[in-house]
Design a protein around this ligand. Sequence first.
Ligand code: MLT
Length: 388
Amino acid sequence: MINIHCMNAIAKVGTDQFGPGYELCDRLEAADAIMVRSAQLHDVEFPDNLLAIARAGAGVNNIPLDRCADQGIVVFNTPGANANAVKESVICGALLACRDILGGINWVHENVDEPQIAKMAEKAKNQFSGRELAGKTMGVIGLGAIGAMVANASRSLGMKVLGYDPYLSLRSAWSLDRHVKHVTNLDDILINSDFITIHVPATPQTKGMIGRSSIAKMKDGVVFLNFARDALVDEQAMAEALDDGKVSRYVTDFANPITANMPRAIVMPHLGASTGEAEDNCAVMAANQLKDYIENGNINNSVNYPHADFGPLVSGARLCVFHRNIPTMIGQITGVVSEAGLNIENMSDKSMGEHAYSLIDISTDVPDEVAQAVTAINGVTRARVLRK
Ligand code: MLT
């Protein structure tokens, strides 16, 4: 029985994907795999039998990726599964920044008992008026699944769109509206946009990437939208830019003691992907990626191990080996396999940073002693044998 431990509420349509041979379990120590949303795992000690963690969502800054890779624990996320929900939130944020819609709604609440409210509204409305999105320039930093959707939606609202992404994938490039102008210098976005939206992961490299010097390059009165992660923005610098009017509105999905006290910020309680549809999509994708890895050793959408997919297991057995990305590993692993007289039908070895993953299809069964001998090789983190 494979034990799945959910560290947050995961949509049932997702956990239903597992079927026979799997069980949801309450005890972390018994977990073969973890499903998680926002629970912090940095201080969690993982059991030796833990094979994988699936994050039902995009951001993985709540998971210790390197420690997991060192232990041979594959971490998956679900890129794109909640992209539509986040796109809709970003567009909503841009619209809220255009007119003082929130101020107007509050005004109605404040005057709810006034019999003359209709007449008063006609007089009061001027203070909440604003501008339109059409004709303005939207700068999109990061053109992954979410950024590409935001870029296209902005185009369909009549905006000019600039997109910046030094790691633009072929899939995103294909999905982009042909009128989205791809720029190769971040400054082009900063200097030329009326609205800027950021869609990059929070990593040590991107932390605080929107700070004083980038804000100084922006147009006066720019609207900055952050539905990615608060750590990307130097919030002290943003607070000062809001105070002096350099940034007219900071729309952020991350409420914290600094943003909640910024007078011209529009702050939401991390609602970007909070829709039933997004939660279902993420849960289904996360569960299916876990299943495919557990049953077939295939790795799709991992953030700490490379992509590897041989499809369903049809040969005698499949040997899955996690190892350090150092010289002689492949020779040593295949050496053990050939010494045991086993025939390799198909093999791949791919690396991501310091870690690598070999997938080896063998014509016949692989005896447990062979897996043990592979595990004993210096530099091998974990070896699994999958049988039909
Ligand atoms: C994500 O990272 O997928 C979004 O921020 C939503 C979430 O955290 O669930």
